[in-house]
Write a protein that binds this ligand. Sequence first.
Ligand SMILES: C[S@@+](CC[C@H](N)C(=O)[O-])C[C@H]1O[C@@H](n2cnc3c(N)ncnc32)[C@H](O)[C@@H]1O
Length: 265
Amino acid sequence: METNKIYCIDNIAGMSQLGNNTVQLILTSPPYADMRKYQDFKGIHPDKYVDWFLPIGKEIFRILNDGGSFVLNINDKVVNGFRHTYVFSLVLELEKLGFNLWERFFWNKPNPMPGMGGKRFRDATEYIFWFSKGKPYVDMKSVKVPSITHSKNKIGRPEFEMSRSGSNFTKRETSERFPDMVVPLNVLTIKLGNSYKTAGNHPAIFPEQIPEFFIKSATKKGDLVLDPFSGSGTTCLVAKKLERQYIGFDITEEYVQNSNRRLSE
Ligand SMILES: C[S@@+](CC[C@H](N)C(=O)[O-])C[C@H]1O[C@@H](n2cnc3c(N)ncnc32)[C@H](O)[C@@H]1O
C-alpha cells in the first residue's frame, strides 16, 4: 500500500493490506459511540461499542511496530442520567489484546460546548490514552515546554511543580537548578478550533495541536503514522508538516476528497 495517501476504505479492509509491525504510530479519534452522525456512519450504541471496536484494535496491534504507539482520543457520554463506562471497558479489553497503557492524558478544553442547563457539570475534558506495543519510543525533548518557575502568578503552574521550599530541587528534571524547558503535564489545554473553513464540512475535527504533540513525541522524521478514522485528515496533515509518512482511512468519499484538498494546499 502506498504511503502519503488517504484512502476511502473501511479501516479493517485498509489495515488488512498492511504487514505486521509496519506502523510506528496509530493516532485516531474514532466516533464516540452514537454522539454524532457522520455521512456514512450513523453511530453505535455504547453497549455495543467494545464489540464493535475490538476487531479494529486487533488489526491495530498487529500492524504496530514493536515500540510503536497507539494514541486513542475518545470520550464517553451520559446515558439515562449516568456516565456510560464503555470507554473504561474498552481500555481493559485493549490491554487483553496485548497493548500496554503507557500514559493517559486529559484534553482540557477551555472553550467547551454549551452545558445542559444546570443539570450536569459542563463537560470540558476528553480522554487521550497512549498505548504501546512493548516499551514505547518516546522523544520527551520534542514536547518540552517553557518553565514558568519564575512567574509571579504561581497559581495553576501548568508546566512545573515547585518543591515546598520553592527551590524545586527535589522535583527538578535536569541537573540544572532552574531549567528553561521542562517536561509537560499529562493535561493538554487546547482550545476547540474552528477549522471548518479549511477542513470542509466535517462535524468532528480535532485541533492540529493534538496530533502535533503525539507525532512529535512518539515518532521520528520519516516514520509512518496512520489514522484509521481520518475524517477531515488532520492527523495526516500534521504528519506531512512534521515530515513523517502517513496513511489515512475514512469511509466517506466527501471527507477523503476534502482531506486530499487540505493536504495539497
Ligand atoms: C471523529 S471522526 C474523525 C475526525 C478527525 N480526527 C478530524 O480531525 O477530522 C471519525 C471518522 O470515522 C469515520 N469512520 C467511521 N467508521 C469507519 C470505518 N469503519 N472505517 C473508516 N472510517 C470510519 C467517519 O466517517 C468519521 O469521519
